[in-house]
Design a protein around this ligand. Structure first.
Ligand SMILES: [Mn+2]
Length: 316
C-alpha cells in the first residue's frame, strides 16, 4: 500500500495536502481536513454548531455536525465531481471543531455563536458552518453582516422562516423575520428556493415554491438566483429540508413535494459567479436518517460550497 494516509485529520503536514485515508477508517473531520483552532494562513474554516433547542418538531440536529463529518469520508482523493479538481490543492481549509454552547442556558446561545464566529471571520477566513437547527443562521448572519453590511440571503428551504418573532424567542422558524428587522439581510436581493409551506410574511423576498421548482430546469433556477442577487455580497444557507423527504428523511420538519438532490446540486453547481461571503448547511437530524442518505446529501452540499470557492480562487 503506497503512500496512504491515516488519521489525516491530525497527522496532516500541511493544510493543502490531500488525504488518502481509507473511506472506512481514520479520524473523521470534514473531508479529512486538519482539526485545528489555529487560524493562521487559513482560507476556509469548517465549523460545527451542535444546537437543536430551537426545533419546533423533531429534535436531533445537534448530532448533525458529527453525521456530516462522518458522511464526508466518501469524498476520497479523486478529483471532486463535478469540479474536476483537488479542492485543497491551493485552498487551506481546516476543520475548526465545534462551537461550545451551554445546553442549559439557551439565552446565551446566540451571543456565544456570534462571538465565536467573529473570531473566525476577524482572522480573514471564509466560514462554512454545519448545523444545528436553523436558528443558528441568525447569529451567523449578524457576524457576517458586521463585516460586509446587509447580505443577499440565498436560502434553500421548504420553509420561509418568517414566523412570529419577538426578538427573544429561540425559534428555528423565525430567523428570517429577525434578520430583516435587524437590517442584516437585504430582502429585495434575497431569494428562497423550494418553499412549500405558508408563513405570515415574505418581506419582499423572492420565492421559488416547490411546485415552480418542479417545472423549472436547474439552469432556469440558477439563472433566476444569479439575476436576482446580482453582484451583492451573499450568504448561502441550505436547510436540508429543501430536499424532498425521499432524499433527506433525516431532518426535523420534513415537507413532501420537494426537489431531488440531483436537481438542487445541479442548481448549486451553476452558482460560481455569486459573491458568497459565508454559508451553512443546517437541520440534519441523523436519528431519522436511513443509510446516511441525508448526511451524504448534506456533506455533498457542503463539498459543493467548497468546490465553488476553489473554482473561484483558481479563476483569479
Ligand atoms: Mn426548513
Amino acid at each position: 500500500m503506497a503512500s496512504k494516509t491515516i488519521d489525516h485529520a491530525f497527522t496532516a503536514g500541511t493544510l493543502t495536502s490531500a488525504a488518502t485515508d481509507p473511506t472506512f477508517a481514520g479520524a473523521l473531520s470534514f473531508m479529512r481536513r486538519r482539526f485545528s483552532k489555529d487560524l493562521t494562513g487559513v482560507d476556509t474554516v469548517v465549523w460545527g454548531i451542535p444546537f437543536d433547542a430551537a426545533t419546533s418538531n423533531r429534535p436531533g440536529a445537534r448530532f448533525g455536525p458529527q453525521a456530516i463529518r462522518r458522511a464526508s469520508a466518501i469524498f476520497d482523493n479523486d478529483p471532486q465531481y463535478p469540479f474536476g479538481r483537488d479542492l485543497f490543492a491551493d485552498m487551506a481549509v481546516i476543520d475548526y471543531g465545534d462551537c461550545l454552547l451551554d445546553y442549559g442556558n439557551h439565552q446565551e446561545t446566540p451571543g456565544a455563536i456570534e462571538a465565536q464566529a467573529k473570531t473566525i471571520l476577524d482572522a480573514g477566513a471564509f466560514l462554512l458552518t454545519l448545523g444545528g437547527d436553523h436558528f443558528i443562521t441568525w447569529p451567523l448572519l449578524k457576524a457576517h453582516a458586521a463585516l460586509h453590511g446587509p447580505l443577499a440571503l440565498v436560502q434553500f428551504d421548504a420553509h420561509q422562516d418568517t414566523w412570529f418573532d419577538d426578538n427573544r424567542r429561540i425559534d428555528h422558524g423565525s430567523f428570517v423575520a429577525r434578520a430583516v428587522r435587524d437590517g442584516i439581510i437585504d430582502p429585495t436581493r434575497s431569494i428562497q428556493v423550494g418553499i412549500r409551506t405558508h408563513a405570515p410574511d415574505d418581506f419582499g423576498i423572492r420565492l421559488v415554491h416547490g411546485h415552480e421548482l418542479e417545472e423549472m430546469t436547474a439552469a432556469e433556477v440558477s439563472r433566476l438566483i444569479l439575476e436576482h442577487v446580482g453582484d451583492r455580497p451573499a450568504y448561502l444557507t441550505f436547510d436540508i429540508d429543501c430536499l424532498d423527504p425521499a432524499f433527506a428523511p433525516g431532518t426535523g420538519t420534513p415537507v413532501a413535494g420537494g426537489p431531488s438532490s440531483a436537481k438542487i446540486l445541479s442548481v448549486l453547481q451553476r452558482l460560481g459567479s455569486l459573491d458568497i461571503r459565508g454559508a451553512d448547511v443546517v437541520e440534519v437530524a441523523p436519528a431519522y436518517d436511513h443509510a446516511d442518505v441525508t448526511a451524504i446529501a448534506a456533506a455533498t452540499v457542503a463539498m459543493y460550497m467548497l468546490g465553488l470557492r476553489a473554482e473561484r480562487q483558481a479563476a483569479r
